[in-house]
Ligand binder design. Structure first.
Ligand code: TYD
Ligand code: MG
Length: 455
């Protein structure tokens, strides 16, 4: 039977289908199936020889392999997110919206690593050399010892990299690369997958650390299949709100360090500058305490970060009131509203609710529940929360408050920023030496009564 000339691949999960359909059976995603040429149009690779796949007893590994030697870039926020520096032979994926600053970040990173002594090659598939040069000039990096290549043909790039054998190679972006043995357009699932596979294999084989830049689709996924995320060791997302100058580099997967670590940057006229004290930055726009505002003492990765949670509650002209959330999970807002209504008798029916994390930050910790509830109640009752107070704690469906981890760190950070009181679930260990007065709460009803004199 002749081979089919096209196949249908889901761009979300890379499942292959016999025919097109509106919804992928494998992952349930709508409108994700695209028509593509089948893989393996090119010659198959020979085995690399028996020695390459040699198995070694675990106890013998210690003597044969030394732990990876990390290199620090000197950009402390980047090093933090990487888990202490760049690991040789690792493959990284840096995803983000177009225009968020990925190329800027990576050019700065390349220059920093080059100045730290690594040989670096920056491959730009999107911009001409003149454009990259102009950017380097603007960033004050014209004299950085980084080699630049403008190329999109994967075969040529691999040949160049094989010749140069740099310690760091940056591929900007994976969507512009095309392998000539794959018969579909650059940016398609098969091309992205083939290029990512070749480049990560190159990293493992030669010891070069390879950074792949990937654009994300409007649904927030790396364009092309999720499988690219599985191929690499580390996945970083570069995120930020359009109107804000703050940018957050977040590790969503890291084989060599803690996931969920964030690095905070500020986009300036001369590139990205590091923000080493994110709490001060996120709270810097805060006016005097107003109804609807609560300061959440959170933990991002390994360090505490204070953010302001803002809520607005207004009578709704609509049959189904609006629930608009920026920077938080909308599911958790619904849960918190339901718990407030069912356990504390405070209804939000007929009211529009807007919830926002100030500064373009995204908060994913369940410990933010109590701060969200505090902001919502404060907005609804039109009562400002006590000033100089931070809030944290998880709310369970019964309305009980659950203690969260790292109380001490949260309190220390709050004290550093001039706060003197904290509201937290009971059993949270008192921060004895932090000098913060801790108000313990056991359940949401008690919290409402105590803070708002209602319930
Ligand atoms: P860029 O790195 O090209 O984004 P990406 O590679 O993610 O598509 O950054 C583009 C934006 O950054 C652009 O809108 C201009 C802005 N920018 C600055 O504000 N300052 C700078 O020094 C540079 C280089 C860019
Ligand atoms: Mg770019």
């Amino acid at each position: 039977m002749p081979k089919p000339t096209v196949s249908y691949i889901c761009s979300a999960c890379a499942a292959v289908h016999k025919k097109w359909s509106g919804r992928c059976d494998a992952c349930g995603e709508w409108n994700s199936i695209t028509e593509e040429a089948p893989l393996s149009a090119g010659p198959t690779k020979k085995s690399l020889g028996a020695d390459r796949g040699r198995a070694i007893a675990l106890k013998d590994l210690a003597t044969e392999e030394t732990p990876p030697q990390r290199t620090k870039s000197g950009l402390s926020e980047l090093d933090l997110v990487l888990g202490g520096g760049l690991v040789p032979a690792s493959a990284l994926l840096v995803g983000g919206d177009p225009g968020i600053g990925k190329s800027t970040l990576l050019l700065q990173a390349a220059a920093s690593f080059a100045r730290a002594g690594l040989s670096c090659v920056y491959v730009s598939g999107e911009e001409a050399s003149a454009q990259v040069r102009m950017r380097a000039q603007r960033l004050g990096l014209s004299d950085a010892p980084v080699k630049l290549a403008t190329e999109t043909n994967l075969r040529d790039i691999l040949t160049t990299l094989d010749k140069e054998r740099p310690e760091l190679a940056i591929i900007d972006s994976i969507q512009t690369m095309w392998a000539d043995n794959v018969d579909s357009a650059p940016g398609s699932v098969s091309q992205v997958r083939a290029a990512a596979h070749e480049l990560t294999t190159f990293a493992k084989r030669t010891g070069t650390a390879v950074v792949l830049v990937g654009h994300v689709t409007k649904e927030g996924q790396i364009a092309g299949p999720r499988v690219v995320e599985h191929m690499v060791d580390t996945v970083l997302y570069f995120e930020g709100e359009r109107g804000h100058q703050f940018r957050i580099l977040r590790a969503v997967k890291n084989r060599f360090g803690p996931a969920d670590e964030i690095g905070v940057f500020e986009m300036t006229g001369r590139g990205l500058s590091e923000v080493t004290n994110p709490s001060a930055l996120f709270l810097s726009e805060r006016d005097k305490p107003a109804p609807g505002s609560a300061v959440f003492a959170g933990i991002e990765g390994t360090r505490p970060v204070l953010t302001e949670i803002q809520a607005l509650v207004a009578p709704s002209p609509l049959g189904t009131p609006r629930r608009t959330v920026v920077g938080l999970d909308s599911g958790r807002l619904s849960t918190t509203l339901a718990v407030l209504e069912a356990r504390c008798g405070i209804p939000f029916a007929g009211l529009d609710v807007f919830l926002n994390v100030a500064g373009g930050m995204r908060v994913t910790e369940p410990a933010a529940d109590l701060a969200v509830a505090a902001a919502l109640l404060s907005a609804r009752e039109d009562v400002a929360l006590p000033p100089d107070t931070v809030v944290f704690g998880e709310i369970s469906l019964s309305g009980a408050l659950r203690p969260v981890g790292q109380t001490e760190n949260r309190l220390k950070e709050a004290q550093k920023l001039g706060f003197s009181h904290a509201i937290a679930p009971s059993r949270a260990k008192a921060g004895g030496q932090t000098g913060i007065t801790l108000r313990h709460m056991t359940d949401l009803t008690g919290f409402v009564g105590d803070i708002f004199g209602a319930g």
